[in-house]
Design a protein around this ligand. Structure first.
Ligand code: PGA
Length: 261
């Protein structure tokens, strides 16, 4: 399958648990100042700050919604209730945000989220009208045991469980090999492409439509930097990036955006 122009590219910054309110607002402002204005059918840039900073970052991006997707890093699948410490899809929307990262490897490995829980969150996000970015990825041990495809497939299908093909086609997927996250060890473009092509093929089987799968954005994440972005984005099934460390600095994030333009 070749890269279809209709998918476009998305470079999303996962700011993780970095930047307080003032710092997050400043980072958004600095990136927006350096980003050439553009109207697009799908956002090309994403900011995923912590929940405290979400409204301020959404406000900074006000008027540039067609270009910039602002989102949260997690949600809880219930509409509301006695769930101390959690945030709901409606709360995210009320902050002016329209996206949410779900099933990030730090959520899975540090906080023990299962694919079943992630699936409920993805379904809730879509129901509420948020764009979910569903993350999948294998650990080093799983890769060395030859289980990469089994692991990402289980996470992919668990994340899309019970969705209609039409709903599932609105999800953005991010392939993030756990061994490449925050380690400086990027997957080679060929390693990224191989898994992302596998994911697209499985999406086609699962949705019963290669055409729908061909329209789904699959991002790569794991030590993406200005220096490696160009080679990675040249791969046919890499439609953009989920960037951690390098998204915390406006200049390096803008360089990655420019590499994909
Ligand atoms: P990294 O993080 O770019 O710092 O490796 C990526 C991510 O966790 O989304």
């Amino acid at each position: 399958m070749t890269k279809s122009n209709s998918r476009g590219t998305l470079v999303a910054g996962n700011w993780k648990m970095f930047k307080n309110l003032a710092e997050a607002r400043q980072l958004a402002t600095d990136i927006l100042a350096g980003l050439p204005r553009q109207e697009s059918t799908r956002p090309t840039v994403g900011f995923f700050p912590n929940a405290v900073a979400l409204a301020a970052v959404a406000e900074a991006a006000n008027g540039r919604e067609s270009q910039v997707l602002v989102g949260a890093q997690n949600l809880y699948h219930e509409p509301e209730g006695a769930f101390t410490g959690e945030i709901s899809a409606d709360m995210i929307l009320s902050a002016g945000a329209r996206g949410v990262v779900l099933g990030h490897s730090e959520r899975r490995h540090i906080f023990g989220e299962t694919s079943e829980q992630v699936g409920r969150k993805v379904a809730r996000a879509l129901e509420a009208g948020l764009i979910p970015v569903l993350c999948v990825g294998e650990t080093l041990e799983e890769r060395e045991d030859g289980r990469t495809e089994n692991v990402v497939e289980e996470q992919l299908l668990g994340g899309l469980a019970d969705l209609s093909p039409e709903a599932a086609s609105r999800v953005v997927i991010a392939y993030e090999p756990v061994w490449a996250i925050g380690t400086g060890k990027t997957a080679t473009p060929e390693q990224g492409q191989a898994v992302q092509q596998f994911l697209r093929t499985r999406l086609g089987d699962h949705l019963g439509s290669a055409e729908l799968a061909d329209g789904i954005q699959i991002l790569y994440g794991g030590s993406v930097k200005p220096a490696n972005a160009k080679d990675l984005i040249a791969q046919p099934d890499i439609d953009g990036f989920l960037v951690g460390g390098a998204s915390l600095d406006a200049d390096s994030f803008l360089k990655i955006c420019a590499a994909t333009a």
